[in-house]
Each structure stands twice: as structure tokens, then as C-alpha cells.
Design a protein around this ligand. Structure first.
Ligand code: TRP
Length: 339
């Protein structure tokens, strides 16, 4: 059977953290064996929020790519590519922009939430909201359809963007003919990963992220500050592991002992300090191989560059072929017609 095409993207705005890894990337590791997989380093999309910091986006393209390689994304199986280096995506974005109304973009729940956040942050009435930002769902529709993506693995927050993409595809096909593929979201089974501070979400901007590049000392500091059962006062008080973030993280990196941790905690047979120290040890064990690989790519930046270059070349050939079909359907293939 022909393998289905998967496409997903990630913004190069910082290093990978546990939220990415357990929420999304571990899922990708499984998918890379079963699908034709395009993984976009979405630098153009990162620029919508960071257009004033080209330096940051530039260096994060390499940081993020080497993080992805370090966790086991295999460039022989996955086409890892850089969005800005595929001009066909930008071209498609322009054509799609006629198929979307401003009202529809402003109604997109993801865009709406992000605009509200910007207003709260900058304290104005939205003066700083750019055309590029409001339009990024259109650009994301181009990301997906340029590669004929059929399944898009994303978190729940991205569902409105996939829906918007599907609408654009239907509109395009109804006007110009059946050229584009309507993608389906592929929701990760893992819910969002909580922070060690007890926050429902881990994020760089929330200040509670555990990064894959964190060294042992940093990990130790972060875990020692983690939120535990506040009802537990003394070391041998029985406690409730379900409200404890240390237990939550044992479940992620210490699966083989998690039942023991749980039972001992409930009985009061395990102090929080000991429990945290064990977690730190397990995290370091878990990150050992990732750290070694990361170190390797730090020492071999040219290899990361080559992987991106190859992946981009492979991906671009597909985008070029999609573009040919699109232009033909839109009757803007003037020089291909032999007239
Ligand atoms: N918007 C996504 C995010 O912020 C990243 C992204 C860019 C993406 N292009 C994509 C996701 C295409 C899926 C498909 O996480």
C-alpha cells in the first residue's frame, strides 16, 4: 500500500523542551517509520512574531534541527526542510490569500487568542498586529498543501488552523478544479505536558520549561523547586501523588519504578527530597544519549547544515510539482503552454 503523506511544522524560536518531546516529538518518532514524513522548520512563521530578531530565528533553525536529530528524528526517513528556502510556499500563500476573508481570519480561534494575548502584552488596541501575523493561517495552509500533506500531527490549539486550511482547499478546488488535497489533523494522544511548577502547560514563555539542553546542575535546581503535595509537612507523612509534580515526572521518565514511587508516597514511606533526587537521576539517565548526540552536532555544524540542505531539496521538488498543477489550474502557466 502506498504510504500516506504526513506534514508538520515547528517554529524555530527556542530549544526543544519536555513539553515538545513528550507532547509531540515522541509521536513523530513512531510516525517516521510508517509514513512519508515532511518536517518543516517554520522560520517564516517564526518571523511573523520575531521579524525584528533575525539573529534569533537564524540560530534557532540550527539549534532546533540538532535537537530534533538528537532525540532520534532520522533524516533518512524524514525530510527536514527550511520553510523560507521553498519559494513555492510563499507563492501559494499569495494565491490562497484571495480565498480567505479578513473576517474569517479574525474569527479563527487560534488567531483570536493570540491577538488578545498581544493586546494584553502591549497594552494597545491591536495597532501592533501585522498583516503577516493575521495571515499566518493562510501561509500554514500553503505549508501543508505544497507537499500534498494528508495527515497533520498537531496539538489541539492548532485544530482551527487545519480547519481553515481545509476550507481553503475546498474553495480552491471548487473554483479551479480538483488539484489540492484536503488534510486531516492527527491529534497526539498525549495531552499537553504540565510544568514542574504545577502549571497545566509547559512553555518557554511560562518560565517552567525543562530543556533537552539543560545540564545536570540546571535539572537538579529545577526539580528541587518542583511543586509537591502541599498537605505533606513531614518526611514520613502520607501524601497524594496525584497532586505532586515530582510523581507526574516519574511517570514520564521512570516508568519501571512508578508503582513503587506511588505506593511509598501514599504510605509515607518516601520523603520528597529522596523522591526528587531519584527523579533527577532518572532524568539524567534519560537525557544521557540525547546530550551526547547534541554535543556531536555542536561539534559538527556542517552536518546539520547538509541535512537541512538535502531535506529542503527533496521537499522542494514536491512543492515545484504541486505549483505546476496549481498554475495550470489557475491558467497562469503562460510559458508552459507552448502557445
Ligand atoms: N503553527 C505551528 C505551531 O506553532 C507550526 C507550524 C507551521 C505547522 N507550519 C505548520 C504545524 C504546518 C502543522 C503544519 O506549532
Amino acid at each position: 500500500m502506498k504510504k500516506k503523506i504526513i506534514l508538520t511544522g515547528i517554529r524555530p524560536t527556542g530549544n526543544l523542551h519536555y513539553g515538545h518531546l513528550f507532547g509531540a516529538c515522541q509521536n513523530w518518532l513512531k510516525l517516521q517509520d510508517e509514513y512519508v514524513f515532511y518536517l518543516e522548520i517554520a522560520d517564516v512563521q517564526a518571523l511573523t512574531d520575531n521579524f525584528h530578531s533575525p539573529n534569533k530565528v537564524h540560530s534557532n533553525v540550527f539549534e532546533l534541527t540538532s535537537d530534533l536529530l538528537s532525540i532520534g528524528i532520522d533524516p533518512k526517513k524524514v525530510h527536514i526542510f527550511v520553510q523560507s528556502q521553498i519559494p513555492e510556499i510563499a507563492e501559494l500563500t499569495v494565491f490562497y490569500s484571495n480565498l480567505v476573508t479578513m473576517a474569517r481570519l479574525y474569527r479563527n480561534p487560534t488567531v483570536k487568542t493570540e491577538i488578545a494575548q498581544k493586546k494584553a502584552l502591549f497594552g494597545n488596541d491591536g495597532e501592533s498586529v501585522t498583516y503577516g501575523f493575521v495571515g499566518y493561517p493562510v501561509s500554514q495552509a500553503a505549508d501543508i498543501t505544497a507537499f500534498k500533506g494528508e495527515l497533520v500531527p498537531v496539538g489541539e490549539d492548532q485544530l482551527p488552523l487545519i480547519e481553515q486550511c481545509r476550507e481553503i482547499v475546498r474553495k480552491f478546488n471548487s473554483i479551479y478544479g480538483e488539484v489540492l488535497k484536503e488534510p486531516e489533523p492527527y491529534l497526539s494522544k498525549t495531552p499537553r505536558i504540565k510544568g514542574l511548577d504545577g502549571n497545566e502547560k509547559m512553555g518557554k514563555s511560562l518560565g517552567n520549561a525543562i530543556f533537552l539542553v539543560d545540564d545536570e546542575e540546571t535539572i537538579s535546581k529545577k526539580v528541587m523547586r518542583a511543586v509537591t503535595d502541599t498537605q505533606k509537612i513531614k518526611k514520613d507523612d502520607p501524601a497524594n501523588p496525584e497532586v505532586c509534580m515530582v510523581y507526574y515526572y516519574h511517570k514520564l521518565v521512570n516508568q519501571e519504578n512508578v508503582d513503587v514511587v506511588c505506593e511509598e508516597c501514599k504510605k509515607g514511606a518516601r520523603g520528597c527530597v529522596q523522591c526528587k533526587k531519584e527523579l533527577i537521576e532518572k532524568m539524567n539517565e534519560f537525557m544521557k544519549e540525547i546530550r551526547e548526540k547534541k554535543q556531536y552536532y555542536r561539534e559538527h555544524p556542517e552536518e546539520v547544515l547538509r541535512i537541512l540542505e538535502n531535506g529542503t531539496k527533496e521537499a522542494r521538488s514536491v512543492a515545484i510539482s504541486t505549483m505546476r498543477d496549481v498554475k495550470k489550474a489557475m491558467q497562469i502557466d503562460y510559458f508552459e503552454r507552448g502557445e
